[in-house]
Write a protein that binds this ligand. Structure first.
Ligand SMILES: *Cc1c(COP(=O)(O)O)cnc(C)c1O
Length: 473
């Protein structure tokens, strides 16, 4: 692109990195900041100015290139570079298992255990009784068997890995029969047909989208069949004229043909949510009782633990899975193991699990308790001395999230904010740019915060964010 006269003039006025560096070094704000960060920030700022000039931005004048202006930009850039990228946020979305916001929060006991195991040596792969090398998985295997009723168990990085590993072990080069109604895609690019392909298993689809019968599976079985697979339709539901084959029926069919049966439960829960007034989700115990050979589920969806892929089932299959070399590539980290073991221990008493695991506590939080929190936050924000602010308590519903309980609407109370002269979009952006960021949603001119997922000790962050909100957004 041809540069005009004023662009050329501005380009000549751009300060050099070296000159700005000399000035920055004399400023207190550069103390204790590594030189590499300072230089990088200066380069970024100058490059940015250069491209704005070249793009013909009319707002660029000689003033935009003044040392004081450049220094402010460098300072801001340096501060950003020095603060961590992964930071806590306030989840005001009401989506409990929010995959983009870190899915599950760990229980207090779990955090304590995590700190010790992270900072100290441990018996990770050391058998304290024999003094010899031990198994990394032994710390969770017994407890998984105890609460699920399964013969054997094993854990990997995440459920996607668990499914891949099981399919590769059981069905590489052979057919896996799956209902067309269960060829799911989970957010973040997990698709059953794709995972199947990568595992080397050959997908044999049966039935139709809305209806699949036992005889559909039966007719598809041949000498090349290795596995019958059932996949939990985590994030959607087929209603109306529909039929699916239960795990029990599939296991009966498997027995008749000497074929193993696998279930990808997706979320996986040890708690029967229908006992807490929520919708029924199949529990891990029920799947185990149905005698499926292998069952996989996530550690950080409805279970409320760390990211992990849990595999439970019959010893014979689990032993084969443990010997698969891919297991090593999907190996679970010791921090995850520590968090998982202590989360699982809480499930020995379901009531304790529901009270102490944040995911479960938020899902089962009574409406009255949420309403009380909403009133508390609204009262606190009401003290803001901004006459232009309209604060309302709104009835909305929260979601379980994490690809679980898609039909469940949890009645909840929200605080909606409207400010005269500021758009809801501008409020949302400003809350998102707050530290810590406050992530809510926009609905009909309101910035909405759902109290189900907000802790009371986060109210002050929200109040402060609104107190410092500029009124010229
Ligand atoms: C979520 C889900 C997965 C993937 O689990 P991750 O733990 O996120 O890897 C696989 N299958 C089903 C049915 C799921 O719902």
């Amino acid at each position: 692109m041809k540069k005009n006269h004023s662009q050329q003039n501005l380009l000549q006025k751009l300060p050099s990195v070296d000159r700005i560096l000399e000035i920055v070094k004399t400023k207190p704000f550069s103390e204790n900041i590594p030189k590499s960060v300072i230089v990088r920030s200066i380069r970024v700022v100058i490059e940015n100015l250069r491209s704005q000039i070249l793009s013909g931005n009319q707002a660029m004048t000689e003033k935009s290139l003044a040392d004081t202006v450049v220094l402010e930009k460098v300072k801001a850039n340096m501060q950003k570079a020095m603060s961590p990228n992964l930071i806590r946020v306030v989840n005001a979305t009401g989506v409990v298992v929010h995959t983009n916001l870190g899915r599950s929060l760990l229980a207090a006991d779990t955090l304590e255990n995590l700190t010790i195991i992270a900072g100290m040596y441990s018996n990770l792969e050391f058998d304290l009784e024999t003094g010899k090398r031990g198994s990394r998985y032994s710390c969770v295997e017994d407890i998984l068997c105890e609460i699920s009723g399964a013969e054997a168990a094993m854990v990997v990085n995440n459920n996607a890995g668990a499914v891949l590993l099981c399919l590769e072990t059981i069905a590489r080069g052979r057919k896996v029969i799956v209902s067309r109604g269960e060829l799911v895609e989970i957010g973040g690019s997990f698709r059953i047909p794709d995972v199947m392909e990568r595992s080397g298993g050959i997908l044999k689809e049966v039935g139709t989208t809305n209806r699949t019968h036992v005889h559909d599976y039966q007719n598809a079985i041949d000498d090349d069949t290795a596995l019958l697979l059932k996949v939990h339709k985590s994030n959607y539901s087929i209603v109306g004229f529909s039929a699916e084959v239960s795990l029990k029926e599939l296991v009966e069919l498997g027995k008749a043909y000497h074929l193993p049966v696998m279930e990808d439960l997706g979320s996986g829960t040890f708690i029967d949510f229908s006992e807490y007034g929520l919708l029924k989700e199949p529990t891990v115990q029920e799947s185990v009782a149905s005698q499926a050979d292998v069952i996989t589920f996530s550690g950080d969806k409805l279970l409320g633990g760390p990211q992990a892929g849990i595999i439970v089932g019959k010893s014979q299959v689990i032993e084969k899975i443990k010997k698969n070399p891919i297991t090593r590539a999907l190996r679970i980290d010791k921090l995850t193991l520590a968090a998982l073991e202590s989360t699982l221990r809480l499930y020995r008493t379901p009531q304790v699990a529901v009270e102490s695991i944040p995911t479960l506590r938020m899902l089962t939080l009574p409406f009255k308790a949420i309403e009380k929190k909403a009133q508390g936050l609204a009262a606190m924000l009401g003290n803001t001395d901004n006459p232009l602010m309209d604060i309302q308590l709104l009835d909305r519903s929260s979601k379980a999230g994490g690809g679980a309980l898609p039909l469940l609407d949890l009645p909840s109370k929200c605080v909606g904010i409207k400010i005269e002269g500021i758009t809801a979009n501008a409020i949302e952006r400003s809350m998102r740019n707050n530290r810590p960021p406050i992530i809510g949603r926009i609905e009909e001119d309101f910035f909405i915060m759902d109290l189900r997922t907000i802790r009371e000790d986060e109210f002050l962050f929200i109040k402060t964010a609104f107190d410092i909100l500029p009124n010229d957004l």
